[in-house]
Design a protein around this ligand. Sequence first.
Ligand code: GRF
Length: 216
Amino acid sequence: MAARCKTAILISGSGTNLQAFINAVAGGSLDLDIAVVFSNNPDAFGLQRAEQAGISTACVQHGDFPDRDSFDRAVIAELDRFEPDLLILAGFMRILSASFVSHYAGKILNIHPALLPLYPGLNTHQRVLDAGDEWHGSTVHFVTEQLDAGPRILQGRLPIIPGESAEELEKRVQAVEHQIYPVAAGMVGSGKVSFKDGQSWVDGHPIVEPLIKSFK
Ligand code: GRF
């Protein structure tokens, strides 16, 4: 990985995780070069956050393309202008094709709002409450072709408060995400954590169970 890892952050919406990255870089706790913020949605508020921070933005609308492959090819062409070492999916609401993932093999991170492998997919907070779980959280993982199933890196865990709503839980999980995602990305950017042979590694050792940070 390059000394100062060139990073593309991909968003579709509000971009609170993006803001956490911007703040961490500005505050000096994260050493990444955010080269571009990319969105498939021109109205994503995250694009305004990027502009406010003086970061380049790019947008390709999926509706302008007949299928996923042609859209993904256009996204690759746009992103590759910035020669990214790392792609950070931060609320990017498009499923990536196998050829997109293999173009950036081992270089894409995602954050999923659940303790993977539990609850892949959508609506995780309500599903966790419906199941009566005691713990919830969020997982940073490398992206592979299988949705929400790539090798895990870091999980933030928090106990469920009896009686809390899905909205309240979502807010607490998001606050966790804002802390763990820049940390995990920093570990990848510095080369401490890597992807090899379909696995995640820390300091040369395979990550069997993800690193864990506990929150209240
Ligand atoms: C986050 O909750 C993340 O877990 C999921 O998408 C959401 C993005 O939120 N992948 P934001 O746009 O960063 O506020």
